[in-house]
Design a protein around this ligand. Structure first.
Ligand code: PRP
Length: 183
């Protein structure tokens, strides 16, 4: 275990198992639509969700486009301000397509709230959200998710895409950062 990690919450194997399950659920849900000629696009919210998206795409057995968006919250605080700006938009149109948004973590929910509303204005056939983690916090925006990987405590969590000051994203597991690292 990395010296800056206090505790591993989800091991590499546990994550792989859960991602495989979620991929199976997506395969079940979207196979028929694709067979009927509909299009599916998996949207990654950069940068945290990149690793999750890459694994989830390979665990899902339906043909799909993969596209990427990057958003940024205004404000310098550690918590989202709720004012979200698109830093990088999708490359292709999602009109008439079934969109699956892959997120790494749902915290205040404000990022996803913005994203879902924004994507809905582009006339997709549907928009669903899959979040690897959902933090157990009060006042979280009510986001309807098709699948949640794991519920997690309100701690400073890093690894498998999640960072602190751009570090730890490449840890293969999800762990709690030692407080002395960020204090
Ligand atoms: C994180 C995470 C989500 C968002 C969740 O992104 O990847 O997109 O915060 O927080 P919320 O539910 O409170 O809105 P971050 O802004 O840290 O960027 P990153 O993905 O590049 O790490």
């Amino acid at each position: 275990m990395h010296k800056d990690i206090r505790e591993i919450l989800f091991t590499e194997d546990e994550i792989a198992e859960r991602v495989a399950q979620i991929g199976g659920e997506l395969t079940d849900k979207y196979s028929k639509l694709v067979a009927e000629g509909e299009s599916v696009v998996l949207v990654c919210v950069l940068r945290g969700a990149a690793i999750f998206m890459a694994d989830l795409a390979r665990a899902t057995e339906v043909p799909m486009e993969m596209d990427y968006m990057a958003v940024s919250s205004y404000g310098s605080g550690a918590k989202s301000s709720g004012v979200v700006r698109i830093v990088k938009d999708l490359t292709a149109s999602i009109e008439g397509k079934h969109v699956i948004v892959a997120e790494d973590i749902l915290d205040t929910g404000l990022t996803l709230q913005f994203l879902i509303e924004n994507l809905q204005t582009r006339n997709p056939a549907s928009v669903e959200v899959v979040s690897l983690l959902r933090k157990n916090v009060k006042g979280q925006a009510p986001i309807r998710c098709l699948q949640i990987g794991f519920e997690c405590p309100d701690e400073f969590i890093v690894g498998y895409g999640l960072d602190y000051a751009e570090r730890y994203r490449n840890l293969p597991y999800i762990g709690v950062l030692r407080p002395e690292v960020y204090r």
